[in-house]
Design a protein around this ligand. Structure first.
Ligand code: C5P
Length: 277
């Protein structure tokens, strides 16, 4: 069985507090990205997970198999093969999406009717969004509360920019200071715009904000350099997740191609994508 595993962007992300368990309380608008990994799951005599690219740290797909197997009361035996296209440790949710796709595939293969959002939360904070299958959602708590939002009526184009380095989520959260907070009202405004079906590129550019930006900039100088260079060319860049990936919101496909051309000329790696697909 083959399952597509899309990447994500956080159009807006507010950190509203720090919890006693060390995690942070979030409010965020997540959308899927048309940049996708492909996950194949099959029955097997033991657990075997293959990735087409080296991954960083723990393999979330392996953890997904073990966690679902435990919940279903069966052996964690499966073959999982992941063809990666989403860059690793980029803030695009690739590993979490692979884990959710693995759980969805295995649940079907095993005939298990499980609450994949709840089980996904045991695997990683970004997994519940992908497990929900939503194209857009308001995500809160540590990431385990997922409220699907209607996708925008028009296709939305973005330009995704990836500084050439990896950032660990935990590292960025540890650089976060409560004084960095400020995006919560914009998250709420963007959620309302989605719910009322009045999301346009202008609306997203107005409310896009990320409380992890300052922390990510403290850890990665390229984020500041690229944002300043783009701003000088009239293009605001926003951070997704804990970074380092940045994105620009375009009016349409032609505008996205124009933005990508300008930013490539300025030395950035830029790719045109669609969201909520
Ligand atoms: O849940 P996940 O393993 O993806 O989180 C990675 C790290 O990111 C956590 O160990 C924690 O340091 C940080 N994190 C956080 N608050 C969240 C999500 C992640 O502090 N809501």
């Amino acid at each position: 069985m083959r399952i597509a595993a899309p990447g994500k962007l956080n159009l807006a992300l507010a950190v509203v507090g720090k919890r006693d368990d060390g995690y942070h309380e979030l409010r965020s608008v997540f959308v899927t990205l048309d940049l996708m990994d492909s996950v194949r799951v099959a029955p097997h005599k033991r657990l075997e997970v293959r990735n087409s690219l080296p991954i960083d740290g723990e393999d979330l797909a392996e953890r997904a198999v073990k966690t679902l197997a435990r919940a279903a009361g069966r052996d964690p035996h499966a073959f999982v093969s992941i063809h990666k296209r989403i860059p690793v440790a980029a803030g695009l949710g690739g590993g979490s999406s692979d884990a959710a796709a693995t759980m969805r595939g295995l649940a079907t293969l095993w005939g298990v009717d499980a609450d994949l959002i709840r089980i996904g939360a045991l695997v990683g904070s970004d997994v519940p969004f992908f497990a929900s299958g939503a194209k857009a959602a308001f995500v809160s708590g540590r990431g385990e509360q997922v409220r699907p939002l209607p996708a925008p009526r028009e296709p939305m184009h973005v330009v995704v920019l990836r500084p050439p380095l990896r950032l660990r989520t935990a590292e960025v959260f540890s650089a976060f200071a409560l004084s960095d907070r400020g995006a919560a009202a914009r998250v709420d405004s963007l959620v309302a715009a989605f719910e009322e079906q009045r999301v346009t590129p202008d609306v997203v550019r107005t409310f896009a904000a990320n409380d992890l930006l300052a922390a990510a900039e403290r850890r990665c100088e390229a984020i500041t350099t690229w944002r300043v260079a783009a701003a000088e060319r009239g293009i605001p860049l926003f951070l997704t997740g804990s970074g380092p990936t940045l994105f620009a919101v375009a009016d349409d496909r032609a505008d996205a191609l124009r933005i990508a051309r300008i930013l490539k000329r300025a030395g950035m790696r830029a790719h045109v994508h669609q969201i909520c697909m």
